[in-house]
Ligand binder design. Sequence first.
Ligand code: S3P
Ligand code: PEP
Length: 435
Amino acid sequence: MPKTPALWPAPTASEAVDATVHVPGSKSVTNRALVLAALASEPGWLRRPLRSRDTLLMAEALRAMGIEIEEGVGPDGTGEAWRVLPAGLRGPATVDVGNAGTVMRFLPPVAALADGAVRFDGDPRAYERPLHGVIDALRVLGARIDDDGRGALPLTVHGSGALDGGPVEIDASSSSQFVSALLLSAPRFNQGVEVRHTGSTLPSMPHIRMTVDMLRAVGAQVDTPESGGEPNVWRVTPGALLGRDLTIEPDLSNAQPFLAAALVTGGRVLIPDWPARTTQPGDRLREIFTEMGGSCELTDYGLVLTGSGAIHGVDVDLGDVGELTPGIAAVAALADSPSTLRGVAHLRLHETDRLAALTKEINELGGDVTETADGLHIRPRPLHGGTFRTYDDHRMATAGAIIGLAVAGVQIENVATTAKTLPDFPGLWTGMLGV
Ligand SMILES: O=C(O)C1=C[C@@H](OP(=O)(O)O)[C@@H](O)[C@H](O)C1
Ligand SMILES: C=C(OP(=O)(O)O)C(=O)O
């Protein structure tokens, strides 16, 4: 593969886009499927897994704890498929979480089940991302963890081969992944788990539903607020998990920049295999991008978004779908009216402080964005070219590419950071544009 330059000239669209874009598998589904397959009592398959930095880090970490993961083609010889062979989890092991929230939060509970010490380390930014919900809860549930007292990486989980489990209270207002992490491993805790969220807000509910659905699909019994349980309480009963043959859905959040291209250029983009029913937050794009001026049609082939040529501002609470914020902010900066994006204070603790980064980078191109306590006000202005910094954040890079479609001379710094969740974004982008 040719080396990507440090500054990537984002291509402008000289005409309306008309393209079909095959988007690789979902990060969130792939990493949950890997964890559940590793904890199962029989082998399983993942078909069409995402092969990106975050998912390869997850696979490598599970291997380090004794799980065999064979990367190859599926049982019927079509497409990429990974076979996961569960085994006794063991230390000593070292896990590099990179800057993957799913790896740093989902794996300490798995490590608590291992026989031996598992050390967790990662990128400098990973030291700043909240992990206290997982560390404190695991201690209450019976685990021994050494950390430096900040409630963050680096840390060592001293697994003893089993964990008591039981009831625990956490404040997951800084990340839904605290809840998902405890639920995913809970069927293997001696008493299962009862997680009670005590904070005032809880972001990314669709991702918690994804965790619950995927647990149930491998045979776990899960009680949720939505299934008649108490508000903010989830219970998982101990029990063996099945090995499944699971086809991973395309990553709908990574479909966002391509759909945005149809909206911004007044063109048409088809994303094949868009699921008819899904817990992925990206499914909300059908509604949000319709409000912003597009029209969406979900057919047997996938999702088609057609732009009208007009882009409208929105006033929207993105608390459930925070990872869509950078892409929506980019489209909003090109709209014909102002936007207010709400409910996303927790984005300050994502790959970078996304509210600060979007404000600074859009304003450096001539924009008028202000941060609020829980989001952004975006007043569209004529933008000009310049460097768009990404702060090692894949979604900053794709946001910059969206703006570059309409603004000449935008140069994206470190576009290679998109490899966190999307292999070869520049190739897919130029392929869509036919340049
Ligand atoms: O569980 C998951 O797969 C995710 C949950 C969300 O995390 P937060 O609740 O921390 O925002 C989301 O932003 C992240 O991209 C993926
Ligand atoms: C917040 C994100 O990732 P992570 O899983 O690292 O939290 C994201 O992908 O937008």
